[in-house]
Design a protein around this ligand. Sequence first.
Ligand code: BG6
Length: 286
Amino acid sequence: SKGQGGLDTVVLRHVSGASAEIYLFGATLCSYKTSDGAERIFVSPGAIYDGKKAIRGGVPLVFPQFGQPDKAMAQHGVARTAMWTLKSVSDGVDASCATFSLSDNDDTRKVWDHAFALEFTVVLSAVSLKMCLRVTNTGSAPFNFQALLHTYFKIPDIGECAVRGLAGRSYSDKVDNTTKTEGAPHIELPSFTDRVYLGAEPGAKDVLVGSKAGTCSVVAVNEASVVGQAVPCDVVVWNPYEEKSPGDLPPPAFKEFVCVEPGMVGKFYELAPGSSAELSQKIIPS
Ligand code: BG6
């Protein structure tokens, strides 16, 4: 199919009526509709689809760096602005599935001189959408990387939003450059919020997106592993409000999303030649 700006997309449909759309540009998932037709993923009305700039919204894939620790490389790395290849699609009664791939090439080598293969798999079922990013070191030397699924969840109103499941975790607050421990049972976002919650222990962890009033609209099951061994999964919570809204996110669009992003970002992970790491988020709307 064709998406915005004439860019190629892959549309997944499940017999239940659920659907998902993924751009080959960045392998950016830009829509997930449940069987009732409700859109669960936010994309900015000001998003630019020129095949150069990362799409503002959806689920940009962050690799091999989070933010810009290496100034020679773009913020959030090379994957979200690369053209990916569709590797396979399958339709089943249980689930519809698509896998996308990206390997190192002249563009990535210029800024990050390592051999890698990425695979991004989307599995759409009647009740959930699972995304998994697999990183493989295809070279002959180890490399260090970070990775993250930068999910923009569509919500009715950021002022009423609450995120549950991160209590007790330590986090780095990028708003005031401090490290804190989350004392509240749920997080509210009354103003510009940019936090990296460190994973506490290995294994799948649920983070709930809902309202201050106590409702839950989505459960996100986040998980990370290196060489098949579970590692703690970090979670970034972000909303820029008007104050930090970038040009392709004209206010008041910030009100309609919250980013809750599973990541391997609290440190760099070393990957040996031939080894793989995986990062996943399963979205279960309620
Ligand atoms: C978040 C970061 O994950 O992504 C923020 O924590 C950053 O610091 C945000 O501003 C958006 O990044 P970008 O490059 O898509 O504007």
